[in-house]
Ligand binder design. Structure first.
Ligand code: FAD
Length: 420
C-alpha cells in the first residue's frame, strides 16, 4: 500500500513528496524509480512513486572455490560483509559506508579508498539480473546483454530493477588494519603524498587548502582479532543541525586532525567507514541539510580545481564540514555513467543555504570546462544536462537508451532534463 511521504537522500536536500511502497515486482502507473537504502546524497532515489527494494534481501549462494557470492539486490553491504568476513572473505571494493544496498552499489558504481589497486564496484560484477520497464528479465554481463550491462553500472536505476547480482569475492588477508596518519601542509604535498603512497587504502582529509592528514591502511596478518560492527553512537533528534554550527564544526575538526604522525593496528570497519560509527549521522545536518559534491580531475588540474572551490568557500562564506582527496587509478570503468576516471577526486560537504545550487552550477562550469572535471551523480543536486553531456563521454548514448522508458524516471532524471 503506497504511503504519501516526504523524502530525500542522505544530504536532506533536495526533498520531495512521493508515494513510497515496497517493490512487489509490479510496476505502478505514473513515474517511478527504485530506492535502495536512500544513502545517495541528492535526488537519484525518489520520484513521484518510489519503490523500496529493501525486502529483496536474500542471501542466495556463496562459492568460495569459484570465488563468487550471489545475493538479492536489496541486501545491505553491511549484512553481506558480516557473512563474508565470518567466512574469511571480503568484497574487493567497499565504499565509505556499508549502509547501502548491492543494487545501489551497482547503480552508482561505487568506489573505495583503494581505487588505484582495485578499481570500482563494477569491475567485480560477474553478472546481474535486470527486469526492464517492459518486464523482460535479462541476465546482463560483459558478454550477455552487454549494452544494458554497461548502461546499468552507474546508470542510476534508470534501466530497470537489478534483482540479484553475482559478485567476485577475495580472501580477507587479516582481521585488522595497519593504519598510518601523516600531517600534510598544502595541496601539492597532499597530491604528492597520495601518489607516492603504495598503501592499499589511502585518503587525505582536509581542514582547508593548507592543513590536512594523509591516512593510509593495509591489512595486517592478524587472524585472531574478532571483527566488530558496533555503532557506538546514535544522534538524538534534539541535536538536529548542531554539526553545521561553526563552533561545533571547528571543535570537530580539531578532534579529527592529529598534528603528530602516528601508526597503529586498528579495526577494519571504523577505518573503512568512520561515519558509520554514528547512527542517524545526517540528523546533525539540520532541517535544511547539506549539499555534498564530488568531482574528479586529472593530476595537472587537481590543485587549481580544489583551490577554486576553497576560493568560492571564502568569498561566499559557506559553512564547510568535510573535505577529502582520493586517487583514482588507471582502470577505465565499465559503466557509461561510471564516475571514476584516472586522476584525483575531491569531495566536500557544504551547509545548504538558499540559492546554493545556482552558485555550485557556476563553480561546476569552471571545473568542467577549465579543468576537464566530472561530477559524481550519487552526490548531485545541481548539475545541468549540458554539464553532464560535456563531462561524461557516454552520456548521449545513455540518454538515448533510457529515454525509451516511459515511466522509469527519477527526480534526478527530470531535474537534469534526461526525461521530461
Ligand atoms: C556516509 C556516506 C559515505 C559514502 N561513501 C561513498 C564512497 O566512499 N564511495 C562511493 O562511491 N559512494 C559513497 N557514498 C554514496 C553511496 O555509496 C551511493 O550513493 C550508493 O548508491 C547508495 O546506495 P543505496 O543502496 O543507499 O541506494 P539509493 O541511494 O537508495 O539509490 C541510489 C541509486 O541506485 C538505484 N538503485 C538502488 N537499488 C536499485 C536496484 N535494485 N535496481 C536498480 N536501481 C537501484 C536508485 O534508483 C538510485 O538511482 C557514500 C554515501 C554516504 C551517505
Amino acid at each position: 500500500m503506497p504511503i504519501k511521504t516526504h523524502i530525500s537522500g542522505f544530504g536532506k536536500f533536495p526533498s520531495s513528496t512521493t508515494e513510497l511502497e515496497d517493490f512487489e515486482m509490479d510496476y505502478p502507473s505514473g513515474d517511478f524509480i527504485f530506492r535502495g537504502n536512500g544513502m545517495s546524497y541528492g535526488d537519484l532515489s525518489f520520484s513521484d512513486k518510489t519503490l523500496s527494494t529493501r525486502k529483496h534481501n536474500q542471501f542466495i549462494e556463496l562459492n568460495t572455490t569459484a570465488g563468487y557470492v550471489k545475493v538479492a539486490s536489496g541486501m545491505l553491504l553491511l549484512n553481506l560483509i558480516k557473512i563474508l568476513f565470518e567466512k574469511g572473505y571480503t568484497l574487493p571494493v567497499l565504499p565509505g559506508t556499508l549502509y547501502i544496498t548491492v543494487g545501489g552499489a551497482i547503480a552508482s558504481d561505487v568506489h573505495g579508498k583503494n581505487h588505484v589497486q582495485k578499481g570500482s564496484f563494477g569491475h567485480h560484477i560477474i553478472d546481474f539480473n535486470l527486469i526492464t520497464e517492459n518486464k523482460e528479465a535479462l541476465i546482463c554481463s560483459s558478454s550477455q546483454n552487454a549494452e544494458l550491462f554497461q548502461h546499468t553500472i552507474g546508470g542510476c536505476g534508470l534501466t530497470g530493477f537489478i534483482s540479484e547480482a553475482t559478485l567476485k569475492i577475495e580472501p580477507l588477508k587479516g582481521n585488522t588494519i595497519h593504519k598510518k596518519s601523516t600531517p600534510i601542509n598544502g595541496l601539492s604535498p597532499a597530491i604528492e603524498a597520495l601518489q607516492n603512497s603504495n598503501a592499499l587504502y589511502k585518503i587525505v582529509w582536509l581542514k582547508n587548502n593548507r592543513q590536512g592528514a594523509l591516512l593510509e591502511g593495509d591489512f595486517t596478518d592478524n587472524k585472531t582479532e574478532k571483527i566488530s560492527f558496533k555503532q557506538p553512537f546514535t544522534v538524538p533528534y534534539h541535536f538536529g543541525g548542531i554539526l553545521t554550527s561553526k563552533p561545533i564544526l571547528s571543535f570537530y575538526n580539531q578532534l579529527k586532525f592529529s598534528t603528530s604522525k602516528f601508526e597503529k593496528e586498528t579495526a577494519i570497519y571504523p577505518f573503512l567507514c568512520p561515519l558509520d560509527a554514528v547512527q542517524n549521522w545526517n540528523l546533525l545536518y539540520g532541517p535544511k541539510g547539506i549539499i555534498q559534491f564530488q568531482f574528479t580531475v586529472d593530476q595537472t588540474h587537481i590543485e587549481a580545481a580544489i583551490n577554486s572551490v576553497f576560493n568560492w568557500v571564502k568569498i561566499s562564506q559557506a559553512t564547510v564540514f568535510l573535505a577529502t582527496i582520493k586517487q583514482f587509478g588507471t582502470r577505465s570503468s565499465f559503466g557509461s555513467m561510471s564516475f571514476p576516471k584516472e586522476g584525483f577526486t575531491f569531495t566536500i560537504d557544504v551547509k545548504y543555504t538558499t540559492g546554493l545550487e545556482k552558485q555550485l552550477q557556476q563553480l561546476a562550469d569552471k571545473i568542467i570546462d577549465q579543468y576537464g572535471g566530472r561530477f559524481y551523480l550519487a552526490k548531485d543536486s545541481f548539475l545541468t544536462f549540458g554539464q553532464l553531456s560535456r563531462s561524461y563521454a557516454g552520456f548521449n548514448a545513455f540518454v538515448d537508451f533510457v529515454r525509451n522508458n516511459k515511466q522509469l524516471k527519477s527526480a534526478f532524471s527530470k531535474r537534469t532534463g534526461i526525461h521530461s
